[in-house]
Design a protein around this ligand. Structure first.
Ligand code: SF4
Length: 266
């Protein structure tokens, strides 16, 4: 049966150099094993990162600043986003740096005004965890966005930023929340707290729970994936998602385009 050891300290080696499993690694492998290989083994990244990804990272940092220091998250966001102005990012057709700045500040302010009062004790923010699980050759690591009392219940929160609303099934099926529950089995509930970047800023609260069976199913999946990675079974899994995959120029045999759009980080 499952035997887990939780360590809440930052692993001593940088995660990128230590063989490990994580929710995002599992997600990427299941999405397309070749994409996993290009991303994690070849170390390829887009030359111009996605603006919405960077936007989400700045919001995360602003919320962590709030929970860790009590500082002004809206001001922190604004300063962080101002720092990205000179970066070459990839914006979607409907986005621009200015539009995202104008959406971000009211969004964080709305969270502070309407949602923050629901949070009691903050136990931890952006806390790394490491699980050593029987049958998994590699440690399973992750970072929980927030562990705290929400509406009086010990809750594990994953913050999301999104351009549209989340469906209820997304929280029920979220593997990331299942991984959180594995790391913090005492928590009463898990939740996605979504900051929706629409014209009128919107905050969504999606709570859920995880059963022991959910955790076992997830661990079985992690074992399966670890075996495939160890055996180097990196096959292409083509589909409509290739249209927005950063590595399409490689898979479709366009080295000039790949050179233009990708960089190696290793
Ligand atoms: S383009 Fe398609 S097949 Fe190639 S790595 Fe991306 S998702 Fe996989």
């Amino acid at each position: 049966m499952t035997n887990t050891t939780l360590q809440t300290k930052q692993p001593s080696l940088p995660l990128s150099t230590t063989p490990h499993l994580s929710h995002s690694r599992i997600q990427r492998f299941l999405h397309c094993p070749e994409q996993y290989r290009l991303y994690y083994l070849e170390g390829l990244r887009p030359r111009y990162p996605s603006a919405s990804l960077v936007f989400g990272q700045v919001v995360h940092q602003a919320l962590a600043h709030l929970f860790q220091t009590g500082g002004d998250a809206a001001a922190f966001f604004e300063e962080g986003w101002n720092g990205t102005q000179e970066l070459e990012l990839t914006y979607s057709q409907r986005d621009s740096w200015e539009k995202m700045r104008d959406a971000g500040v009211p969004l964080v302010e709305k969270f502070l005004a309407e949602e923050l009062p629901r949070i009691g004790e903050v136990v931890a923010s952006e806390t790394p965890f490491r699980l050593d699980v029987t049958g998994l050759d590699l440690p399973f690591v992750g970072i929980i966005d927030l562990v705290g009392e929400v509406d009086g219940q010990r809750t594990l929160v994953d913050f999301k930023t999104s351009g549209s609303s989340y469906g209820e099934h997304e929280v029920v099926l979220s593997d990331q929340l299942t991984a959180y529950q594995l790391a913090e089995p005492e928590a009463r509930q898990v939740a996605l707290w979504v900051l929706v970047r629409t014209k009128e800023p919107k905050i969504e609260w999606h709570p859920s729970t995880r059963t022991p069976e959910d955790l076992l199913l997830y661990l079985a999946k992690a074992r399966l994936m670890a075996r495939e990675v160890t055996a180097e079974h990196f096959y292409r899994r083509p589909g409509m998602w290739c249209g927005w995959c950063d590595f399409l120029p490689i898979c479709s045999g366009n080295p000039e385009r790949a050179e233009e759009t990708l960089v190696t980080t290793q």
